[in-house]
Design a protein around this ligand. Structure first.
Ligand SMILES: [Zn+2]
Length: 476
């Protein structure tokens, strides 16, 4: 039997507001445990929540960018459960009337467009954080995170492979970064992803038994966990076993998933309308006003880059995949309009350095003016491509301008025909035997002569100019 994979994703995004979702506590990361709490987020009796307007506007922005419809009435619900990280014993969330629904994100699959439907984007608050010190018989809880504003972004089960799930997440993150509503930092937990995965016989329309995967700390982790889980489910069915609906945890070190609990149902949470937050109407004018504040998003930017700078689909896609990178590219093109050179060097050596150092573009110690200064020297043949690579690495390391490095090291390439001509003549005189070999048909001798000229100039002669002058001198 051949099986097909069905994947749906749930992303939790922490919004980068200054204060929490329903109280005035600070959202600053990494502060002393339980220093950013108040009666509202600690759930003291008699305290009343009030909605953070900035969080609400960020949520609408995300919903619009994901092509969602906005619900006319905004209503919050209580999701009831007891857990030590949740002092109120309920979480304020949205149940039957999510803020927005019916959106989509397009990804490229084998060169074609595939639409991943976004089922809903709703607002909720985060819980606190439990810590279990190793070897101790107690646990600790930090409520600083309790009440932080979150968005839950849920897709339909539209992805058919772990790779598609990875591509969707990458695209989603790019959009969210463009919107500047979250730092999208998975390590800090600002962006978290759970996955629902099931398999079914090829051609079957009914969904198979769904397993929810948790505890993935990177997009790669999501992909690895899904790949493992698809194989596991496949072998359970192949062995004649039965899958159970459950939540499983990804263990990145061991590369396996383990059962955490059998799945709870929505009715277990006894959702009911949050009585302390009155439902309210979102005016159409307000939505349109927020829509006008949306930035140019990755797809629109890629289309513009292609039209304005003559970039290929691939180059435009890479350059717009991160907002910092796209901004950097545009800064460079303003200073030096040879877009192809800018794109090639940016996507090649610069990106390689950024990835190697594991930093963001914004942390790169290479101003667009310094970078384009280097590109000008390459295009004018003042330095060779090989020298440029060395200069670039040094400029990033030392923060010294590329022009200055070239000058100080005497690196500039000799493109002056007169200077090269005299070296060529000297070489031809010295290598008379090789010259006659060449003239009698031994074509390989030419490369040797080029090599001798390069040696005389310590590698600084422009190879193209050397080739041209040598050919002329040999009577070609
Ligand atoms: Zn608070």
């Amino acid at each position: 039997m051949r099986y097909e994979t069905v994947i749906g994703l749930e992303v939790h995004l922490q919004l980068a507001t200054k204060t929490k979702a329903f109280c005035g506590c600070s959202t600053k990361f990494g502060q002393r445990p339980n220093s950013q709490v108040c009666p509202v987020c600690l759930g003291f009796p008699g305290s009343l929540p009030s909605l953070n307007e900035e969080a609400f506007r960020f949520a609408i922005k995300v919903a619009l960018a994901l092509n969602c419809r906005i619900q006319a009435i905004v209503k919050f619900d209580r999701k009831n459960y007891y857990y030590p990280d949740l002092p109120k014993n309920f979480q304020i969330s949205q149940y039957d009337m999510p803020l927005s629904y019916n959106g989509f994100v397009d990804i490229a699959v084998d060169g074609a467009n595939k639409r991943i439907r976004v089922k809903r984007v709703h607002m909720e608050e985060d819980a606190g954080k439990l810590m279990h010190p190793e070897g101790e018989d107690y646990s600790l809880v930090d409520y600083n995170r309790g009440g932080m504003p979150l968005l839950e972004i849920v897709t339909e089960p539209d992805m058919s492979s772990p790779r598609e799930a990875y591509d969707y997440l990458t695209k989603l993150k790019a959009i969210l970064e463009y919107l500047k509503v979250s730092d999208c930092d998975m390590e800090k937990g600002s962006l978290r992803c759970d996955a629902n995965v099931s398999i079914r016989p090829e051609g079957e329309t009914k969904l198979g038994t769904k397993v929810e995967l948790k505890n993935m700390n990177s997009f790669k982790g999501v992909r690895n966990a899904l790949e493992y889980e698809v194989k596991r489910q496949d072998s359970v069915l192949e062995d004649g076993g039965k899958l159970v609906q459950e939540t499983r945890l990804w263990d990145a070190d061991k590369g396996i998933t383990t059962s955490m609990r059998t799945k709870e149902e929505a009715e277990d949470y006894r959702y009911f309308p949050e009585p302390d937050l009155v439902p309210f109407v979102v005016e159409k004018e307000e939505i349109e006003r927020i829509r006008k504040t949306l930035p140019e998003l990755p797809e629109a930017k890629a289309a513009r880059f292609k039209a304005a700078f003559g970039l290929s689909d691939y180059d435009a896609g890479v350059l717009t995949s991160q907002v910092d990178l796209a901004d950097y590219f545009e800064e460079c093109v303003k200073l030096y309009p040879n877009a192809k050179t800018v794109a090639n060097w940016l996507m090649g050596d610069v990106m390689a350095t950024v990835n190697e150092k594991n930093i963001d573009m914004s942390e790169l110690a290479l101003a667009p003016a310094a970078f384009t200064g280097l590109l000008k020297m390459i295009d004018s043949k003042a330095i060779s491509g090989k020298m440029a690579k060395e200069v670039l690495a040094e400029a990033i390391e030392t923060r010294i301008a590329p022009e200055e490095i070239v000058q100080k090291k005497g690196l500039s390439q000799i493109s002056d025909a007169g200077a090269i001509e005299s070296v060529v003549q000297g070489v031809l005189k010295k290598e008379a035997k090789t010259v006659s070999d060449y003239k009698s048909g031994k074509k390989a001798a030419f490369a040797f002569l080029v090599g001798q000229v390069m040696k005389e100039t310590k590698g600084k002669a422009n190879p193209a100019v050397v080739n041209e002058i040598l050919k002329k001198s040999l009577g070609e």
